[in-house]
Design a binder for this molecule. Structure first.
Ligand code: ATR
Length: 273
């Protein structure tokens, strides 16, 4: 049977095996999908061993995405732009192809929620790996302007400079930000510590769309905060998780699984509904 897995550390709580087994059942594909948690300095060896032993493809998550970028034989254009690899496929001619489906997953999820990106004004919070992966797919939707704000301003400036050939991208400090924005995407890891990015409440209005790439069984700190200040449309990163997985499954199997029912089952599994 074709074998796939996700590499991460820690990865025990990953929902990817659950999601991919549902995709496989739905599309009647015979495959198995497991977990691998190598020590941080043993990822390269573990990756090689997996493919030497017949593995067909894998996902890569924190903290290995940047390392995976350097270990594959060939990069897709979107992985090259993202500077990170979350999906690897062994091609028929034996080449390890590195891809990145995170940004496509974000855009697919935003669209599934009816968020209009064309001609919009987007605020992206954070300038780490998650922000980098999102930029090219977001700009491909032709927003009017995309503003990056980050605690360490220099990193936002660096990203804006790197992506300015793809659209109207600027970097502003949190203090400089002036609304109105149509969409705010939180790519920071602040929620992990129960913290908030230092965003002025005045930037939140009733027609704004709020997206937090993080998710949990209850609202993230950022989503709770945005709701308190009047945001009516809030979305967490669970849909992005399912959509990036669907994109990876499509890369591997050449068949696109449906995501709606899988997202519903995942929410049930997590106790969200
Ligand atoms: P990831 O790969 O998930 O993007 P990362 O590369 O470590 O992770 O980036 C984390 C991002 O969250 C960074 O933009 C970080 O800001 P700095 O560049 O200033 O470190 C941001 N971040 C983390 N905690 C934050 C907090 N409490 N408030 C605001 N931004 C925060």
């Amino acid at each position: 049977m074709d074998r796939y897995l996700v590499f991460g550390h820690p990865v025990r709580h990953s929902k990817s095996p659950f999601i991919h087994s549902l995709f496989a059942r739905q599309t009647q594909q015979e495959l198995e999908y497991g977990l691998a948690e190598p020590a941080v300095d043993e990822f390269a060896q573990a990756l090689r061993t997996f493919f030497d032993q017949g593995g067909k493809g894998c996902n890569v998550t924190v903290p290995f995405k940047e390392q995976a970028f350097t270990l594959v034989d060939r990069l897709s254009p979107r992985a090259k732009r993202a500077g990170a690899v979350n999906t690897i496929k062994l091609t028929d001619d034996g080449v390890l192809l590195g891809d990145n489906t995170d940004g496509a997953g974000l855009v697919a999820d935003l669209k599934s929620h009816g968020v209009t990106l064309a001609d919009s004004r987007i605020l992206l919070l954070g300038a780490g790996g998650a922000a980098r992966g999102a930029l090219a797919p977001l700009l491909a939707e032709l927003p009017n302007e995309l503003v990056i704000a980050n605690r360490t301003h220099a990193k936002a400036q660096q990203l804006a400079a790197e992506f300015c050939d793809l659209g109207h991208v600027t970097a502003q400090t949190y203090e400089q930000l002036a609304g109105p924005f149509d969409l705010v995407i939180n790519s920071t890891s602040a929620s992990l510590q129960g913290e908030l990015p230092p965003l002025a409440p005045a930037l939140i209005h009733t027609d704004i769309a709020i997206y937090d790439m993080m998710y949990g069984a209850s609202d993230t700190a950022f989503i709770s905060w945005a709701k308190q200040h009047g945001a009516r449309q809030t979305m967490d990163g669970l849909g992005m998780l399912v959509e990036q997985a669907a994109e990876a499954f499509t890369v591997w199997r050449g068949i696109r699984p449906g995501t709606k029912q899988v997202l519903r089952e995942l929410k049930r599994n997590l106790g969200v509904i």
